[in-house]
Design a protein around this ligand. Structure first.
Ligand code: SF4
Length: 392
């Protein structure tokens, strides 16, 4: 059935906001309504449950170490030792980027590495010794502390499947961490599938990270990569898995809905990207499944579709950098922040900068934040938990 009247959309939005929707009910909705109608339900849910501004985080992307133990069929982030664009940043180099970011009013230092490179590259393991480190995590800890102390930028690290001890170490210097679930389907780890050679992408390993972060009270960003061979049912299952973790621990701070953009020099170069309709459907479902969650779509992976995503219920644009490129998707430049602001305001919403930790944690989940980090968070945040307007 095409189209849905306003009273029905309101009724459904109200129902899902009070009681989590079941998998059976989701399929009933999909059967009954088209994507446009489901987007409308998602938009109403966002307006009701997240009726603040649509946010973004002004960041620098610190591409710390782009070596990786694993191989995913769609990835161009991972490099080899002989590659010209190999990145193994020294402390001075990382700090230099953070300092430049500070001048450009950034508040987030996104620190990214591949999965446990020291396990595959003895040369890198040797390199770490000059900083008295035996693992990538130990080096990230030093970099995070340095950036925090010298610039006040708030670190947010995405370094793959960190174990419990590693998470607890990074909690002291990172206001939040990131670990994309990508998919809860272990079918995608099977033969000839995108995660065949990436044990860290096994959903069990990723779910363990999200749960350990929950036990440690670490705000964590996760999300799905849409269009790498998963079915709609697997996408729904993945969203429900994230919802269950958040119901148990309350530690999921946002869900990134990321569309796969096939890259020319990968095994999946001829893979079809997700259709616009499917991607919109999955964004809408993310909001319908988790009406109170922060839902983000990166604005650089399908530019000029700002209104469509806003109308499908997102409330965040993620990190946008005025300085560094998106090293995971280098072919997709960040939009000008002014353009995203303009589009957001034209759609009728306020546009505000947020920190690398969401306001909910600053306002009502304060026990998630180690005491020492407040010294860095407080000077940046206003009473609503967003970046002080005079700093933007
Ligand atoms: S684990 Fe991450 S960095 Fe490594 S190959 Fe996969 S996507 Fe690339």
């Amino acid at each position: 059935m095409d189209g849905i009247d306003l009273s029905t959309t309101n009724e459904i939005a109200q129902r899902i906001q009070n009681l989590p929707i079941t998998k059976g009910e989701i399929f009933e909705l999909i059967k009954k309504y088209d994507t446009k109608s489901l987007s409308t339900i998602a938009k109403i849910s966002r307006d009701t449950c997240k009726n603040g501004p649509i946010t973004y985080s002004r960041k620098v992307f610190i591409n710390l170490i782009n070596l990786c133990r694993d191989t995913c069929s769609y990835c161009t982030y991972k490099k080899e030792l002989s590659d010209l664009d190999l990145s193994i940043l020294t402390k001075d180099q990382a700090l230099h980027i953070a300092r430049l970011g500070k001048r450009l009013k950034c508040t987030e230092a996104l620190i990214v590495t591949g999965e446990r490179p020291e396990q595959k590259y003895p040369e890198f393991k040797e390199w770490l010794k000059k900083y008295d480190c035996s693992s990538t995590t130990e080096y990230i800890e030093q970099i995070s502390n340095l950036i925090l102390e010298e610039t006040g930028l708030l670190p947010h690290t995405n370094a793959g499947t960190l174990n419990y001890d590693e998470l607890s170490v990074l909690k002291k210097s990172n206001v939040s961490l990131g670990c994309m679930l990508e998919t809860a389907s272990d079918r995608l780890s099977g033969k000839n599938m995108p995660h065949e050679f990436a044990p860290s992408k096994n959903p069990k390993a990723r779910i363990r990270v999200l749960e350990n972060a929950g036990k440690l009270k670490i705000p964590i960003t996760t999300g799905l990569l849409i269009g790498i061979g998963e079915t709609l049912e697997e996408i729904i299952d993945s969203l429900i898995v994230i919802r269950e973790i958040n119901q148990k621990y309350g530690n999921i701070q946002e869900i990134i809905m990321q569309n796969h953009v096939p890259k020319s020099n990968t095994k999946m170069r001829n893979f079809l990207p997700p259709s616009h309709d499917l991607f919109l459907l999955t964004i809408s479902l993310a909001r319908i499944i988790m009406p109170h969650m922060n839902i983000q779509v990166p604005p650089n992976l399908s530019p000029n579709l700002y209104f469509t995503y806003i109308n499908a219920g997102i409330n965040d644009w993620g990190g946008i950098s005025p300085l560094t490129i998106d090293f995971v998707n280098p072919e997709s430049p960040w939009p000008d922040i002014k353009d995203v602001k303009h589009a957001t305001e034209k759609a009728g919403y306020r546009f505000r900068g947020r920190l690398a930790i969401y306001p909910e944690f600053l306002l009502s989940k304060r026990d998630f934040i180690p005491k020492n980090l407040w010294n860095y968070i407080t000077p940046l945040s206003d009473s609503s938990g967003l970046v002080k307007e005079e700093l933007t």
